[in-house]
Design a protein around this ligand. Structure first.
Ligand code: ATP
Ligand code: MG
Length: 263
């Protein structure tokens, strides 16, 4: 791994301790020593069965969860060592879009406030109104959406709002955790096109967490396969689809019989 990598995840481990009833404790080894890296403008798909630890890895990259051991490096420096200004600029550079726009957007705020909140948080110097209009346009929403509440938007429109909010911070990197799973296939195709165009235009890197190999095929450059907390395969997309190495990768592939026909 070189200094060209933007995000490096190194031997990342997360063990949760859960209280079972009054006294008993048990541990869950959610992530057992995961390593991979992401270059600027690259999409790395993190795939694997439910419970394999994908979201836990994403949350550790976002700094929402501290690792039990191992580290996340941003431009060669350990994120855990960041304080104040450095941490603030990391939180600006690394944004997230989650699966469920119903719960990830504040229902009491209007779309305009939701999108401009990061501008205020990160001390945006320009005109917030103009930037809002620009962001709505980028994600394909008309200006009247600014006054709506999330419940007045469809699932696809809400996911566009979530993307506009993530973009407001002018991120270098976005963790996309199942960003399309709650959307129907037509809207999925539109959002995939939007994310791919943002990537090439702004050179944004993505960690794309998904179950859906059709989405991997449409978006990824690299594929990292997790199985029960471990990385079991890392490959370029073409190589992965042509010749999946691990039995779990082949099992994931077998579950989608006609990938080519669908996207
Ligand atoms: N806060 C927590 N406390 C205890 N256990 C947790 C916590 N968060 C996740 N886990 C456990 O860690 C394991 C990995 O969970 P994670 O959410 O990372 O999986 P995932 O690969 O994202 O699954 P899915 O595809 O279903 O979203 C699971 O066994 C889960 O139950
Ligand atoms: Mg998950």
């Amino acid at each position: 791994m070189s200094e060209h990598e933007q995000i490096i995840v190194q031997d990342l481990v997360k063990t949760f301790t859960v209280r079972n009833g009054l006294a008993k404790m048990f541990t869950i080894n959610a992530v057992k020593g995961v390593s991979f890296s992401i270059k600027p403008g690259e999409t790395v798909a993190l795939i694997g069965e439910s419970g394999s630890g994908k979201t836990t890895v994403g949350r550790m990259i976002l700094g929402l969860l501290g690792p039990s051991s191992g580290e996340v490096k941003y431009k060669g420096q350990a994120v855990q060592s960041f304080r104040r200004d450095k941490l603030r600029s990391y939180h600006k550079a690394v944004q997230a879009v989650f699966q469920d726009p119903y719960s990830s957007l504040n229902s009491k705020m209007r779309v305009g406030e939701i999108i401009t909140e990061p501008l205020r948080n990160f001390g945006y110097k320009g005109d917030c109104g103009l930037r809002l209009a620009e962001l709505l346009q980028v994600v394909g929403l008309s200006s009247d959406f600014a006054a709506r509440y999330p419940y007045q938007c469809s699932g696809g429109q809400k996911q566009r709002v979530a993307i506009a909010r993530a973009l407001a911070a002018e991120p270098e990197f976005i963790v996309l955790d199942e960003p399309l799973s709650s959307l129907d296939i037509t809207v999925q195709t539109q959002i995939i096109a939007l994310l791919n165009s943002l990537k090439s235009k702004h050179r944004i890197g993505y960690l794309l967490i998904t179950h859906d190999l059709r989405v991997v095929k449409a978006m990824a450059d690299q594929v990292v396969v997790m199985f029960r907390g471990d990385v079991v395969e890392t490959a370029g997309k073409a190589e992965f689809f042509a010749c999946p190495q691990h039995f779990h990768s082949r099992a994931l592939m077998a579950a989608v019989p006609s990938i080519d026909g669908l996207l």
